[in-house]
Write a protein that binds this ligand. Structure first.
Ligand code: SF4
Ligand code: SF4
Length: 366
């Protein structure tokens, strides 16, 4: 296993970590928790020492299953994280609510302290500020009490918002989505965090399943290697000098082996260099929306990044409708409300023909 230093700390963490949100669904449903835990134990045996869990993952069983595995291991042989935000305590929180939530995670994970506790899933600056104002003081107190070692945040924030949170220096590390699809617009945030000595953990390295389910399109990732396309996609992320841990969603022992293989003889390089090499392969991603959200602020209040993300599915041979209806849960008919002001196309970092794409989506609704 290849290990990296977590930010400016002394912690040595495995370059790939176990995202404990994908335990086998059937086994979880049937209550076969010991069997699920065997996969986490196998990951540890193969050198993975970073485990990422949270309430609600795997039908709210992830922490329980992960705890079964971790309780069989020496406490200094792994790092464990969990998460909380206002949503996990019913939208309001005082010191007791916070403590109950944290103690619940500790009990289920069978540990006395968490190595990382995330202010979880900050969607935008507004929700971040609200949650920070209410919750951060409780995180600090829990740290003083020895219940958590490091305060971290996880975010789906777009554009420059991420950098604004990093600049506060309130967090030891962050968890963000990064992959071969959205790498361009997240680099500034990654570099800023790295320069401030933060650890950077990456979720979603396979583009929400887009990469493994479209292996032909992404075959260039594995060119010149003995890796499969998903393994190569993990390696693409893990090779970034700035990125500390790449989380692989693991269900089976084979997934563990894949993750381990993806970082065999890893060579770290600065993000800029990796991306320049990547683009020199003539990558066919120019037509894809990267989700950067620079186009936001539509006067007709159309959530353009979500519609363009759905259009990606078409370019990859999948269904636009399924993505809009079932993944994003937004009304298809909204696409027809574009007033053709052109603002979004001027702002689009990928120079996409957004208006034409919306027209096409609008026609699908009938
Ligand atoms: S062109 Fe249409 S989608 Fe784009 S900003 Fe204007 S109204 Fe919104
Ligand atoms: S449409 Fe363009 S600007 Fe908007 S999220 Fe996609 S790539 Fe970014």
């Amino acid at each position: 296993m290849y290990y990296k230093k977590y930010g400016d700390t002394d912690m040595l963490v495995s370059a790939v970590g176990m995202g404990a949100m994908r335990y086998d669904e059937e086994d979880v449903k049937a209550g076969r928790f010991e069997k699920c835990a065997e996969v986490a134990l196998y990951a540890h045996e193969k050198g993975i020492n970073f485990f990422d869990s949270a309430p609600f993952y795997c039908d709210d069983k992830s922490e329980i299953i992960t705890g079964i595995a971790l309780s069989q291991l020496p406490r200094d042989s792994y790092y464990i994280s969990s998460k909380m935000n206002l949503g996990t305590v019913g939208g309001k929180c005082d010191a007791d609510d916070f403590k109950r939530r944290l103690e619940n995670s500790l009990t289920r994970l069978k540990v006395d302290y968490l190595d990382f506790y995330y202010l979880w899933c900050m969607l935008d600056l507004e929700s971040y500020k609200k949650q920070y104002d209410i919750l951060y003081k409780y995180f600090e107190q829990a740290k003083k009490d020895g219940l958590i070692k490091n305060i971290t945040f996880s975010s789906h924030m777009q554009g420059n918002d991420l950098e604004k949170v990093i600049e506060t220096d309130a967090f030891k590390g962050m968890l963000i989505g990064y992959n071969a699809l959205n790498y361009r617009f997240r680099q500034a945030g990654i570099t800023a965090a790295h320069n401030r000595g933060m650890g950077i953990v990456v979720m979603n390295p396979l583009g929400g399943g887009l990469i493994p389910s479209n292996q032909k399109t992404f075959s260039y990732l594995a060119e010149g290697t003995d890796l499969t396309v998903p393994q190569a996609a993990l390696r693409f992320v893990a090779s970034h000098k700035e990125i500390t841990v790449t989380l692989a969603g693991i269900t089976t022992k084979q997934h563990v082996d894949d993750a381990v293989k993806s970082v065999e003889n890893l060579v770290e390089k600065p993000a800029k260099e990796i991306c320049a090499e990547f683009e020199s392969k003539g990558v066919a991603l120019n037509n894809l929306c990267t989700g950067c959200a620079y186009c936001k602020g539509c006067p007709a209040d159309i959530d353009i990044p979500k519609f363009m993300d759905a259009y990606n599915e078409k370019l990859l041979g999948n269904s636009i409708e399924n993505r809009i209806k079932w993944h994003w849960g937004i009304p298809m008919e909204k696409a027809a409300e574009c007033i053709k002001c052109g603002q979004c196309e001027t702002l689009c970092t990928q120079h996409l023909n957004i208006m034409d794409r919306l027209d096409e989506i609008a026609l699908l609704r009938g």
